[in-house]
Structure formats: structure tokens, C-alpha cells
Ligand binder design. Sequence first.
Ligand SMILES: Cc1ncc(COP(=O)(O)O)c(C=O)c1O
Length: 330
Amino acid sequence: MIDLRSDTLTRPTEAMRRAMARAEVGDDVYGEDPTVLALEERVAELFGHEAALFMPTGSMANVLAVRALVQPGQEVLCEASAHIARAELGAHAAYSGITMRTWFHPRGQVDLPMVRQMFAPDLGPFFVRTAALSVECTHNFAGGAVLPIEDLRDLRELATAAGATVHVDGARIWNAHVATGTPLAEYGAVADVMAVCLSKGLGAPVGSLTLGSADVIAETRVWRKRMGGGMRQVGVLAAAGLHALDHHVERLADDHAHARLLAEACGVDPEGVDTNIVVVPRSDAPDFVARAADAGVRVSMVGPTTVRLVTHLDVTREDAEKAAAALSAL
Ligand SMILES: Cc1ncc(COP(=O)(O)O)c(C=O)c1O
């Protein structure tokens, strides 16, 4: 089986497992795990933020990032198919008392005139106040679309002028960085608080980080413990992340090339595939998924008429070519 359901499916490589086995560890709730501290420092520096905090999941990294910016009863604006709106199971409402309003863009992009129109300043006890604007780059359900850095800067400017903040869900920011050559620090500069994942394209088994100012991260550390996310000798997991940063960033370009190959095989314009995710419109989606599995390729359905293919570390060029041949026959 060639598994194209998600880039979260990767298994740690032998070299990554060796790095994990060798990791120096300590109790991270005491702030004494040297490998976690090294990872946090390195990732904060990459994005030009003061501090970072290791998280078990991207969802927790997002939930605690957004709650650092938005008070209960306030709102965050985001795109309609953003992970925070669709796939975190209402966590921002359930845990943080936050409401959301969304704009729609078929490729998950910033619609600045719409954001401007939707933005609600503090008008006293009449309307919900917009406290933060959130963007996802790359955008998962919009097919791994990159949000151009110029648009993110414009959004930042709007937020600053309006007295609001910016959250970036950067679960796959590494893919955007490799696809565009935009330095990670330029993405970091548009965000007050951001979340990044090591367990997607980078191939670590676990791990995400929330990044922000030292004060925000100190407070987020309290919230992580409060949520039951205080971890102990997790240097073994942080070591996987450090290994991924050393060895699995530049190779994302291969995943992007494989995705374009698969797009072509499925009749999707490869020019519209920015990174490692291909969205294929199929009126027969459930049937297509079943027939693909019969042909040795696992793909997923992300809507009643939408199939998704994701390339990753465990899909070689040969796998991609085989999958392309099988899918084009369907
Ligand atoms: C864009 C985006 N953000 C956040 C997450 C959440 O990550 P996790 O599954 O580690 O909670 C995902 C997961 O796929 C994602 O695609």
C-alpha cells in the first residue's frame, strides 16, 4: 500500500530513532530537559520570536496560542476551512470561550477587503470584539496552498492599525518556506503568536511548538500544565524534532514535486499545487477512494465530493510514480 492519506503517517527513520535513543533528558515540567530546551530555543530563533514551548500536538499548540490573544467572549476571524475552525472540534469555544467568524476563500487565502469589512472594533457592550486574525500557511483543506508573504504583511498591518493581533497556524510553514524561499523569520515577523508542527512533513512522531514573546510563553506554560499537557522526559521526542530540522526540511521539495506528479495523473493542474497536498474534485469520491485502495493506493475523502492526496517522507519517487499510474487508470 502507498499511503497518501496524510503527512502525519510517517514513521521515524532509523537515524531519527537513534537520535531519540541518545537524547539527554530531564523533567520538562521542572524546565530541566536539555533537549527540549535546545529545541525550543532553536525554533524560537528560527522564527525570530523570544520564546517557544514544546507541545504534544498541533491542536494544543493552536488552542493555547489563540487563547493567549483572545479573551473569553471575544472573537477570532479566520478562513472558513481553517483547521482551527473545522478540525479542532470546537476546542477554542469549549476550552477558551472564544467565538469565531469566518471569511471564505477557495484557496484559503487572506481576503483583505472582507477582513476589513468583518473586523469589529471594541464598541462597548453591543458587539463581540475582534481580538485576533488567524491564518493558516500552508492551508491544509485548501490543498496545501501557500499564503503569499505580502498578503500576510498586509494582514499584519491591518491588525496593528486596528489594535488586534495575528495568529499563524504554521503546521506546514516549513513547506511554505521551501516552496517560496521565504525565510522562516519573515513568517515569524507577521505573527504575535504562532504554532508550528514537527509531526507533519518533517516526519517526527510527535511534537509541535507555540511561539511568542517571553511573557506569552510563560503564561502558556501554565496553561499547558492546566490542560494536562505537562510532559516529563520528553527530550526523546524533542530529539526527533531536532533531527527533523537538521535532515527533513530541504527534502520537502521532493514531496512537492511528487504532489505535482500525482496532480497531473488525476487531471488536476499541477500549477495549482503549491506544496505537498493535492485536492481532487470527484463526484464519486467514496467509490474512488475504495477503488484506489483496491489498486494499492490509500487516499482520503475530505468532503462528499473531494479526495485528498498528501505526499510525505515515506513516499519515494518510485512510490509516487506507481501511485500516479494507478490513479490515472481510475
Ligand atoms: C493546518 C493544521 N493545523 C493544526 C493541525 C493539528 O495538528 P495535530 O494533529 O498534531 O493536533 C493540523 C493537523 O493535521 C493541521 O493540518
